[in-house]
Each structure stands twice: as structure tokens, then as C-alpha cells.
Design a binder for this molecule. Sequence first.
Ligand code: GLN
Length: 545
Amino acid sequence: MSIVKTKYVFVTGGVTSSLGKGVVTASLGMLLKSRGYKIFLLKLDPYLNIDSGTLNPYEHGECFVTKDGLETDMDLGHYERFLNQTTTKENNITSGFIYKTVIDNERKGIYLGKTVQVIPHITDEIKKHIKKIGKFGYDIIIVEIGGTIGDIEVLPYIEAVRQLKWELKKFNGLMIHLTLLPFISATGEIKTKPTQHSVRNLMENGIQVDIIVCRTSSHISNYIKKKIALFCNVQSVNVIESIDTKIIYEIPYLLHMQNFDQMVLNFLNLKSIKTKTKNFYLEHWKSFIKKYKNPKYKVKIALVGKYVTLHDSYKSIRESLIHAGTINDIYVQIKWIYSENIIKEENIQKIFKNISGILIAPGFGKRGVKGKILAVKYARENKIPFLGICLGMQISVIEFARNVLGIKDADSSEVNPLTPNPVIDLMNKQKNILYKGGTMRLGDWKCSLVKDSKLFSIYKKKYIVERHRHRYEFNNKYIDIFSRAGMKIVGINPETNLVEALELKNHIFFIGVQYHPEYKSTVINPHPLFISFVLFSKKYKSYDI
Ligand code: GLN
């Protein structure tokens, strides 16, 4: 298989995890797209889960869902938001997926009696996937290798990349290493030793890095760059910094100012392509950052969820609020509310004091549901703008059934499987499913909007397509009684009749959606539902800056 035409950039991470490798990868993708190239971003995850769907958000942050229904790593969200281009199953593979493929092949007898081994069978399967992408017609494929250099799990990927580098012609493969430069406050020094060790570890595995990106809390001097260059076999001009920023969207521009994209093109022996869109992304980015830094108003959105100690658990929602606010000159301050802390009606007033809007996040299981119901009640009764996403919508249905329709035992069968009134119930198709991974209703589904609804006025079209991730649904037996009492079904899947969206009449903004609008918001195309929610929140209560 020839992979001569496509250029490959491999990004590894050293010293610790959580350095923002995904953001640096996405930033490079955006900068090169801005230069006129067709870019593909691929994330290789070293864990043994087949996909990210079964991972706890506390450990891995939010689970992102692609349009074709793969539950993936959070970094794919960055890829979409930065490149304004959708991802699919091809953009993410895990070691679990690779191992399963190899083991399935072995059972089928495909290896013809060979001893099946990490090298060559696992590494070949990794290379096969990377090469397959090379046939899709992209100019540059940026491959982000998850995990940290030195981890046992990362080794098969490093070995696969080493082999690939040999197969690739000169100028067609580039290695970028993102590393941490710790700052020792007692001596006021930035330390390079951990970087030297992680680059050396790569060398021991046969890989020479070309560019080193240093994550740092303060600017690095030429002296530091030279020192890193000396120990790591790179030119000091190819040592750059990725400094801590207030928002991640500043990063592409800061990297660009250090010649990052040009440096990569030089290594790959490429020139900027003259296209109409050339520099469009970078220019757009500059004005976005300017707007973000100079807001005219502030709104305070209460984000109610059960994973609130880690903001990464609701990453896409957070970013969608930033996109929607920024383009409307609004700074969206998020008040993170741990739903288990909302215990009594008395403390609610204190929690939601001065709030402009309430958003109930997606989620699974019963933990924190009680508090979420109280939060919905507060938003409904006090006419505070409300947006419920997935579980958030389901909670608004339970609340309405109990407190407006008087069905006191109404519940979701996810929370109480024995409830006599399952207003939210398991979807028929889900009933006999045993395996938890990859079996939810996932990815893009069509939704038909009711013309006379707020949602229609927001999307300005009858049919929309949004991404999903759920097993439970609104129980259609209750449609009439809900509608008569003012909770209107405004979005339905045309093929299955599943309820996709609800809204409350006589309320400034009370919308619940079974789907996840947050997966589709990007810097260039902020999502209309978030824009509307933020604007209604501003109308309800805004603060001058
Ligand atoms: N737990 C709910 C379900 O499976 C909602 C899931 C979610 O919020 N993504 O239907």
C-alpha cells in the first residue's frame, strides 16, 4: 500500500497527562486548514476499552459522540470545534478496538497458524488504520497519540509510528512532542529535566522528535530553548511554548505567532496553498478572541450536574455557552451546581440567587436526580430561562408530571424501574440489550419541528438533525395530558415517533431536548439553541461589564 502522497504529523505527550495535547493537535489542524490544506485529525487511545462510552467522566472527561454514533474521547470535540468539520468513527481508535480486531481475526483463522503477537500483529493493525485514512484524499493527517510517553500501553503505538516513519518518504512524516516544563517556585526556575527524559525515552524506542512544544506557566527564554535543543537533538528554533491561557481558543494564535504552522510546512516541504478560504479561520479566530476579551454584558448560567467537581465532564456544553455568548458580546459565567447539594426548597433560593438561566446537564443513573427535579421546579415556577439536555429534559418531564399534573409517583424507569407511571421509559429497542458498550441510541437522528414553536423559530427550519446518546425516552402514552397542560411536544423523530423536544407554554424560555446540541457547536458556527438560551437569559437578567 503506498502512502507516499499524504503527509503525516504525529503528536506525542511527555511528562504528564492533561497537557492539552488535544488542543495543540486541533490548533495545528486549524492553522494548517487556514493555510488551505485538507486536514484529518486522528486520535489513538491506548486504553483497552473498545470505545469511550463506558468510561466514567470523572476519569476521562466527557464522552463525545460522532455523527455516525461512535462514543469517543473528549478530544474529538476539540477537533470539531477548532476545525469546524465533523468527525466520524474513523477519527478515533482505541487499543481495545485494535486488540479485539486482532483477536477476532485470530479466531477466524486469518493468521494461518502464526503465533499472534504485539509486533507485528497489533502494530500492523494500528498502521493499517493510519494508512487507510491516507487513502481518503487528505493532504495532512495529524495523528495524536493518547497517553504519556513511558506508559506501557503507549508502546505499541510508538512502535507502529517508528515503523511507519521508515515506510514514509522523506518530508512525509513529522514528530511533535508536547511536554511539561515545571516551574519550581522556591527557586523561581523552569525545569527541563523531565522533558530531556521523555525525549530520551522516545529515542530509546527509535523515534527522534522534530518539534518540541513546551507547556509552561510562564514564557520560556532562549536559554531554556537552547538547553532543550542541546539535550534533545533538535534546533532551538523548533522548541516553542504553549503557555497557560484563559481560554483554549487563544492557543492557535499564540502558536502561529511562534511560526508553528510555517515550521510544520517547512518540515513537510509544503507551501501555503492559495484558496479563497486561506487564512479565513485564523482571521475569524482573531476577531473571536477580541470579542471574548471585550464583552459588554455578563450572564450567569447555573449548570446543574452530578460531576461538577470536574469541568471536563461537561466540556462541550461549556464550550457551546462560550461560543454563543462571545458572538453576542456576552460573557457567560457558569455557576457549577452539584445536584446532590440541592436538597431542600429553602436552600434553592440561595443557590440560584442572581442567576440568569438554568441548564440541567445530561447524565445517567439516579444519583443527584432529586436535586435536579427541585432545580427544574424552581426554573418553571420562577420563569427563569431553562434548558434541559437529555437527562435534563427527562427530569423536566418527571417534574411536570409530579407537580403540575399531580401524578405524584411519576418517574423515569431508569430511576425507579417499578414506578406505576413511567413518564420516561426504556425504548423498546433497548429492552433485550445485554451489552452496555455502543448499544445506546447514538449519533445523528432526524427531528421534525412543530411550526408553531419556539424551537422552530430558533432553527428556522422544519427538519433538523442532532446527535443522541440515550436509552430512555418520553413515554408517548402521556403526550395528550402533557400537551393539554401546556407542556408541548415540539420535536418528533419522523420515523419512530420518539419525542425529541418539549417546551412549556407561557414561559420566557423553557425547552427540553432529548438530543445533545452541544456536540455540534463550533467557534465558527455557534449552535442556535445555545445562542437563543443565552440571549433569553440575558433578557431575564444581565449584568453590565
Ligand atoms: N440516562 C438517560 C438515558 O439513557 C439520559 C442519557 C443522557 O443524558 N445522555 O436515556
